[in-house]
Design a binder for this molecule. Structure first.
Ligand code: AMP
Length: 431
């Protein structure tokens, strides 16, 4: 078995890994670290949660470490480009941790917050800068940063960076970074646009693929429940309560949807917080902290806000809405089943969303079967217990009456709270 000591890492880094209780390298670390230490370019297809941060941060720290005078200005020699603020903070935190023994100065910058703090942090420079492309360009324009001494460049979650439309910013940045450098590119999925970027950026890269192409982690059990849109909030509250789920990350497609669902869960007595692009960076970090500190049971997030979040041992991820981009499904469910733990990804799929399922199945190369929502018995999930509306109201007349009732009832709080849908509640909580 390959251990960290077989990978060519310095003793200070091995000691740090021991302190962090990383007993053995993950597959991406086993493959990427020796290649990166040799100075070669690298394209790695690896999902979040596979340990990819350490697989680029450790070689970067080793390559850039050297002795410094106290207070000496540190030019930026390592640059990690990331798609979102959250990932920027997270990658910088991890890198700082890995590089502590070698006294690496690591700074993270991202948009959506004031410039002055970031400018202050950069006063004495940084060995490694972790940045989102837009804010980085702004700070270069303000002449706060120069990239002229960058020796090593990493693209983290390159597919997501392209999805978010950063290609023009990336082009501008490339003009400012020396051509003579080592470049590593990490991406959960290697689609055509990532390949085009890799072609432009890298020189004879070594390629490694950790999971099978575009496949979701085997550690994650995937359940696809057929639920009509109007019943989704009820079904989710039921699953959380009946399954006694203490930490669940829920994805919605829209910011308004995230807020509405958070409110509805709170009305059901389930503590929840939301993160999305309309909330300030401070609020987003506060919500994430509440969730990781287990002050709230549910974190409701949109895709952009959730990029790069790592929450230790997250047991459940729920797709309240299916994403219309199949790659986002792989990213979302990659939030669970991390670092060797088992996870469960649940998707609530309305009739109008079934068309997305096919694209997702094609991408992950695995059929995804729609199932009825399970009931629980003695705290255990039982498949096949949910009664569809047709089953609940078998006669045509009853179905028509139910439809009419739904149409005439306003969608107010009273409507959600009254028991006008006892059939659904009864069937869900059926013992
Ligand atoms: P990442 O894919 O970089 O986001 O890493 C996912 C999580 O796995 C992080 O919390 C890391 O601290 C942790 N991790 C990374 N490498 C190892 C390892 N070799 N052993 C145990 N945990 C690890």
């Amino acid at each position: 078995m390959t251990g960290f000591s077989d990978l060519g890492l310095r003793s200070e880094l091995l000691e740090t890994l021991r302190t962090l209780e990383y007993s053995e390298p993950t597959p991406v670390q086993q493959q990427a670290i020796p290649v990166a230490l040799k100075g070669r370019d690298l394209v790695a297809e690896a999902q979040t949660g596979t340990g990819k941060t350490a697989s680029f941060a450790l070689p970067m720290i080793q390559r850039l470490s050297k002795s410094h005078e106290e207070g000496e200005y540190r030019p930026i020699r390592g640059l990690v480009l990331v798609p979102t603020r959250e990932l920027s903070v997270q990658v910088a935190d991890d890198t700082l941790e890995y590089g502590r023994a070698l006294k690496m100065r690591v700074v993270s910058i991202y948009g959506g917050v004031r410039f002055d703090n970031q400018i202050r942090k950069l006063k004495r420079g940084a060995d490694i800068l972790v940045a989102t492309p837009g804010r980085l360009l702004d700070l270069i324009r303000h002449e706060v940063i120069s990239l002229a001494q960058v020796e090593m460049l990493v693209f983290d979650e390159a597919d997501r960076m392209l999805d978010l439309g950063f290609i023009d910013d990336i082009r501008k940045l490339l003009d400012l970074i020396p051509e003579q450098r080592q470049t590593l590119l990490f991406s959960a999925t290697l689609n055509e646009s990532v390949e085009v970027l890799a072609e432009k950026l890298l020189t004879e890269p070594k390629r490694i693929a950790i999971a099978a192409r575009n496949s979701a982690s085997k550690q994650v059990k995937q359940s696809i429940y057929a639920v009509e849109r109007g019943d989704k909030a009820d079904v989710l509250a039921f699953l959380i309560k009946a399954g006694n789920w203490q930490q669940t990350l829920v994805f919605t497609r829209t910011k308004a949807g995230a807020d509405a669902l958070t409110e509805s869960l709170q009305e059901e007595g389930i503590s929840a917080a939301a993160i999305h692009g309309d909330r300030s960076q401070r609020d987003r970090l506060a919500a994430l902290k509440q969730f990781t500190d287990r002050e709230v049971r549910v974190l409701v997030a949109t895709d952009v806000a959730a990029r790069g979040l790592h929450i230790e041992a997250l047991p459940q991820v729920v797709n309240f809405d299916l994403p219309n981009q199949p790659e986002a499904y792989v990213h979302r469910i990659g939030r669970t089943g991390r670092a060797g733990m088992k996870g469960h990804a649940i998707s609530l799929v309305g009739g109008d969303e079934r068309r997305f399922l096919k694209a997702i199945s094609d991408l992950i190369g695995k059929p995804l079967q729609l199932q009825p929502v399970p009931t629980f018995e003695n705290g255990k999930l039982m498949e096949g217990g949910y009664l569809s509306e047709k089953q609940r109201n078998p006669s045509k007349r009853a179905r028509a009456a139910n439809k009419k009732q739904k149409e005439t009832k306003p969608k107010s709080k009273e409507y959600r709270e009254d028991s006008s849908r006892p059939a659904l509640r009864q069937s869900l909580f059926k013992k």
